[in-house]
Design a protein around this ligand. Structure first.
Ligand code: 6PG
Length: 244
């Protein structure tokens, strides 16, 4: 099996293995640096994974949570990635509330993005033009091969310089704030959790199709030499030729 592609019989097993990997990476970063800064994605797949992660022995006292992206909605809105993480990970795991660096979805998109960027700059002690190096970035992949809130055709896909930005996703009629490619590429570790037959086409496009990051944004930092590991179920791999 490719070192970066971990295939499991079910979405549940893929989610559990992804949670185990996150817990491992957090432990390694705490041993090396005494602190671990991780960025989480939203959507529906992570719910199971967060539930498993919440039960794992992680030293959350030294872990700082950030978000890969957020819908521009209040934190108690059903679409909020923060709300989903709060319910499935933060509360069950008892993560200290002061360790959360949520994207302020209740603000105007540009304001939410600017506020998030300034918080990251302070936390990571960044100079102008520098990008944060997260210990771990957790991403998902949509059936259209989007990742974060970088959807096919969005000019932000070519922005390797800024930390984050707001964007409007036409097909979901949704304003979003998202980390940008430069930050995704800078991660010390990336895990991508993608399960279900509806992801099979995107997985082929991203891992075996033509390199075209504008059409398939999840190709960003998706394969070696990037330190990225995929956690997928068999259904998602049904179109892949190279499974081992
Ligand atoms: C979001 C996520 C997004 C997600 C994909 C996959 O805000 O929706 O950050 O990038 O990872 O849409 O979502 P599922 O895993 O739920 O299919």
């Amino acid at each position: 099996m490719s070192s970066h592609l971990h295939i499991f019989a079910s979405p549940e097993l893929a989610a559990k293995a992804c949670a185990e990997r996150i817990a491992e990476v957090v432990k390694e970063s705490l041993e090396l640096r005494g602190v671990s800064r991780i960025a989480l994605s939203g959507g529906s797949s992570p719910k199971m994974m967060f539930g498993a992660l919440a039960k794992m022995p992680v030293d959350w006292e030294h872990v700082w949570l950030y978000w890969v992206d957020e819908r521009v909605v209040p934190p108690d809105h059903p679409d909020s990635n923060y709300k989903m993480a709060m319910e499935n990970l933060i509360l069950p795991a008892g993560i200290p509330i002061q360790h959360l660096n949520r994207i302020a979805g209740e603000r105007y998109p540009e304001e939410a993005s600017a506020h998030y960027i300034s918080e990251i700059r302070v936390d990571f002690k960044l100079k102008e033009g520098q990008l944060p190096k997260f210990d771990l970035v957790h991403r998902g992949m949509g059936p259209d091969s989007h990742t974060a809130s970088l959807f096919p055709g969005d000019p932000l896909i070519e922005d390797d310089y800024e930390i984050a930005a707001s964007t409007y996703v036409e097909k979901f009629n949704s304003h979003r704030v998202t980390l940008l490619p430069g930050v995704l590429k800078a991660a010390r570790h990336t895990v991508i959790l993608a399960a279900g037959a509806d992801k099979a086409g995107a997985l082929w496009d991203v891992l075996e199709g033509k390199t075209d990051v504008m059409a398939h944004p999840c190709q960003i930092a998706a394969k070696p030499p990037y330190p990225t590991e995929w956690f997928v179920d068999e259904a998602a791999t049904k179109l892949l030729r190279k499974k081992s």
